[in-house]
Structures are given as C-alpha cells and as structure tokens.
Design a protein around this ligand. Structure first.
Ligand SMILES: NC(=O)c1ccc[n+]([C@@H]2O[C@H](COP(=O)([O-])OP(=O)(O)OC[C@H]3O[C@@H](n4cnc5c(N)ncnc54)[C@H](OP(=O)(O)O)[C@@H]3O)[C@@H](O)[C@H]2O)c1
Length: 346
C-alpha cells in the first residue's frame, strides 16, 4: 500500500482527491490537512464521504506529518505550496503540487504574474510538468510534479500535435475558454456567490489571466518558437467543467479529416484523450466527473484556420484526476487505476 497525505484536503481539489482515491485499492490515505477544519472528521465536513469517518483533518505541521506518508499531494494556494514542497522534499518525500508554484520554469515570469516571490528557485529545474501525454517518461522518476493548470491542460493537449509538426502559424493562436465556478476554489467571494454567477455569463481577466505564461511556455516548447497567445477566460454558471475553443491559421493546407488523423496519430494510445469523430463536438456534460479530455478539430476552408475544441472537468483532468494519474505513473501502478471507471454523466 502506498501511503499518501493530502495537504489542503478541505478544498475543492483536495476533496476531489478524496473522492478519487476512495476507488484506489493500492493507496492508503494516512492524513489530510485543513487549518479551519482541524480536529473535524472528514465525514463531518463532507457527509458524502462517510467512508472517511475515522480520518480527521489536522493542521499542516511539517514535523508532525512528514513521516506519515511516502507521497504528498499539495492542494494548497500558490505561495504556500512552494514552502511545503521544499520542506517535504528535504525530508526525502515525493510531492505532487496542484498549485502553480513549480509550473513556470522562469521564476521572474512566475513572480510577475502571481505577484508572489519564488523562494525555492532551485527546485524549478527539477520539477516535472505533470502532463502525462507529453512528459510520461520524466514523470516516472520525478520527486516533484508540477501538476498542470486546468485551462492549460485544455489548451495544450489539442494544440500540441499541430505545433510539434509545424502545421500552425504560431503568431495567430487565439484561445477562448469557459470554466465552471469551482475553478476559483472553495472560498467565499461576492463575485462567485450564487446570485452573481447564476444566469450570468461573462469574460474575466482578459489578456491577463495567470495561466497565460504556463500555456505559452508549453506551446513554445512544443513548437521550438516563442509563442504568445490571446487568451480570454469566461465564467460559466455551472459547478465544474471547461470548454476551450482555439483558433489558429494553418501554415500547411489540411482538411478536417487530416486534422483528426493528426490528433489520432498522437493520442490513439492515450487512455484519457478522446478524439471525437467528424461531426461530433465536445460538451462539458460528457466529461463531467471523469478524467477525460475530449477534443474535436474542424478546418474552416474559407479562412484557412483550424478550430480546436476541447472539454475537461477542471477538478479531474484539470487537477486531481491528473494528479492521481501522475501518482500511478510515479509508483508503477496501472496508470488508469481509480480513474477509468470514474462516473460518466449521462
Ligand atoms: N479549483 C480548480 O479547478 C483547480 C484546478 C487546478 C489547480 N488548482 C490549484 O489547486 C490548488 C488548490 O485549489 P482549490 O480550488 O482546491 O482551492 P480551495 O478550494 O480554496 O482549497 C484550498 C485548501 O488549502 C488550504 N489552505 C489555504 N490556505 C492555507 C494555508 N495558509 N496553510 C495551510 N493550508 C491552507 C485550505 O484549508 P482550510 O480548510 O484551512 O481553508 C483548503 O484545504 C490551488 O493552488 C489552485 O490554483 C485548482
């Protein structure tokens, strides 16, 4: 049994880890932290998790938790994660960080976009970006996984094959993404309250969303060129799910069938990427609660642009499901364990 501990188990991604790991027969959750709910049973805060009646939240005190597990999931705010990750690595542990703290390789870019000092620069080069479809070989032996952001997962996966093959004019990428409100975490904020979000649909953080440099970094690595994008995010009045629509001018002539074949060529063996047949489009309803990324491609022959559409659940393939996928790879467990049977919505 692999012993795991969840730091920040009372939040949305932490509780999603609890949901997924309940299905994992090779993992034992040996601890879960929360400052506000310390002392409370997990099943008291989350009555749906009655199976965790003997597991209590405890405060995040490194000295008390560090010997309790072999792997630590950090479902913490950025800034806090870097401090906890550094201490756990020092104690010889392996860490999967769900925050943005180790995703961006250039500390200055991180500090500019996150307005937080990076106090553990030395770990940035070691951290492996945990997108299994691209970095599986490095994930196997990693001590520190920078689990990708939710929007970045939905954008990088569809674009990667076309950038790798040099089929896109890299100056023309426009990304239009929409996310459910759980993407902002389980905190109280007026702009996220029911009456503000319900029956509304609006853009936010236009041209300044923090996921922009992470997406640009990974797209640049794939293409070998410096890529900047237009990235507009919208808040959907739903709990979970991301739909991204991506536009780019093709640099070589392709039709829709060619584009779908290119996606299939890269992803046909991937357990959690599904390329939809021509005529079918992804919908957040289809991937809700699952670890899948659904992708479709359409070439608009009138404009010479490719239109890529992807759908993921921000809390699963966009966070905790991907984190469990990374854990499985790191510890030689079947990669789809606890993930392949996650409920599909009707
Ligand atoms: N939500 C998403 O869709 C999503 C997707 C991908 C990645 N992420 C990233 O994953 C991380 C967690 O996100 P989330 O949505 O789960 O956030 P969340 O719902 O706000 O939960 C945050 C968790 O961190 C704990 N925490 C907060 N400040 C702390 C501190 N100073 N010391 C110790 N524990 C602290 C909270 O515990 P208390 O009980 O004490 O408040 C809570 O358990 C973030 O970095 C986020 O950017 C989120």
């Amino acid at each position: 049994m692999l012993r795991v501990l969840i730091c920040g188990g009372s939040g949305y991604t932490g509780s999603e880890l609890l949901r997924i790991l309940a299905l994992h027969d090779e993992v034992q959750i040996t601890g879960v932290t929360s400052e506000k709910s310390a002392g409370m049973a997990v099943s008291e805060l989350f009555p749906a998790f009655f199976i965790y009646e003997n597991l209590k939240f405890e405060p995040l005190q490194i000295e008390k938790i560090k010997e309790k597990a072999d792997l630590f999931f950090l479902a913490l705010p950025h800034g806090k994660s870097q401090e906890v990750a550094a201490a756990l690595l020092n104690a010889g542990k392996r860490v999967i960080d769900l925050s943005a703290d180790f995703r961006i390789k250039d500390a200055k870019i991180y500090e500019t976009w996150y307005k937080t000092p990076h106090l553990h620069h030395h770990l940035l080069s070691e951290a492996v970006y945990g997108l299994p479809e691209i970095y599986r070989d490095k994930i196997i032996s990693a001590r520190l996984i920078a689990n990708p952001g939710c929007y970045p997962t939905s954008v990088i996966l569809p674009l990667y094959p076309f950038l790798k093959k040099g089929l896109i004019d890299t100056d023309t990428i426009v990304v239009d993404s929409k996310s459910g409100t759980s993407g902002a975490g389980r905190k109280a904020e007026v702009s996220l309250s029911y009456c503000e979000v319900n029956e509304d649909f609006r853009a936010y953080n236009v041209a300044k969303h923090r996921h922009t440099p992470e997406i640009e970094q990974e797209l640049s690595y794939a293409s070998g060129k410096n890529i900047t994008i237009d990235f507009t995010t919208h808040l959907l009045p739903v709990n979970r799910g991301i739909l991204s629509t991506i536009y780019a001018r093709l640099s070589k002539s392709l039709n829709t069938t060619d584009a779908l074949d290119i996606l299939e060529e890269i992803y046909s063996d991937e357990p959690f990427v599904k390329i939809l047949p021509e005529g079918q489009l992804p919908a957040i309803k289809h991937i809700k609660g699952t670890n899948f990324c659904y992708i479709s491609a359409i070439v608009n022959s009138r404009t010479g642009r490719i239109i890529l559409i992807s759908a993921i659940d921000n809390l699963v393939k966009g966070a905790s499901g991907q984190a469990v996928q990374n854990m499985n790879i790191m510890f030689g467990i079947e990669e789809t364990k606890a993930l392949k049977n996650l409920a599909l919505s009707p």
